[in-house]
Design a protein around this ligand. Sequence first.
Ligand code: PMP
Length: 292
Amino acid sequence: MSELLIYYNGEFVPKSQATTSIYDHGFLYGDGVFEGIRAYNGRVFKLREHVDRLYDSAKAIALNIPMTKEEMEEAILETLRKNNLKDAYIRPIVSRGVGDLGLDPRKCPKPNVYIISQEWGAMYGDLYEVGLTGVTVAVRRNSADALSPNIKSLNYLNNILAKIEANEKGGDEAIFFDGNGYLSEGSGDNIFIIKNGKVYTPPTINNLKGITRATAIELLKDMDIEVSVENLGLFDLYTADEIFVTGTAAEAAPLVKVDGRDIGDGKPGPITKKMIAAFEDITQNSGTPIYS
Ligand code: PMP
């Protein structure tokens, strides 16, 4: 198999040569933004929504992406074409660029744009059938008034701390609360709970405005399942009939145990299964064509 090609500021560079400066503030300070996108069956799922969020993240950190949204979309599609990919995970990254050792972003004249694309199957393997184990973590989600979880920034240390804690406690995924005790999200996905046939998910002040989350809400409503966006606590989590998480990499996955407690009967529930089936259907049958 030939080497993957990485988009780097308008050029395509073989993976082994796709290196960047150690003075890039994306590396020195996590100063930059990124996206995670999937393509299914020759089409990119929710391409415009992901590009919009990339530009919103950049705007929130006062970073000017040096290309239009249309150019970014085309660069993403071209990266997939160059690598002959039909089913793929795509990672556009925009960093502040090369500066000096000080923090000041004004010393970084040119942002760097990178796009990685590669095959990446089901993130949780066969756990989609049996369900994941969740653990609530002591580390709190970044507060919106410090570093908003709405910004998909290159600084994922808060999420990594949660993942480390979940790993140590033997869970597949971490569940974050915020500093006020409200349910937030997973380390890399949004969270939904189901109680008495109704679905609940937290508002997005304390989590990423997930594109899969928005899709899930639409799909549930289309199936005439009621969805309420409201603040939730630890009690709601422990006493849920079903829980599932949503994310581009994770897709839609059931959570069947939290902190040692079975959720419902400890198996993926009926609404979760319906939702996963509907998600598989929409991802296989919609999106921006890569080759046309
Ligand atoms: N929360 C976090 C912290 C994430 O990293 C992700 C993955 N992008 C999500 C939620 C889910 O967002 P999306 O459905 O847009 O991938």
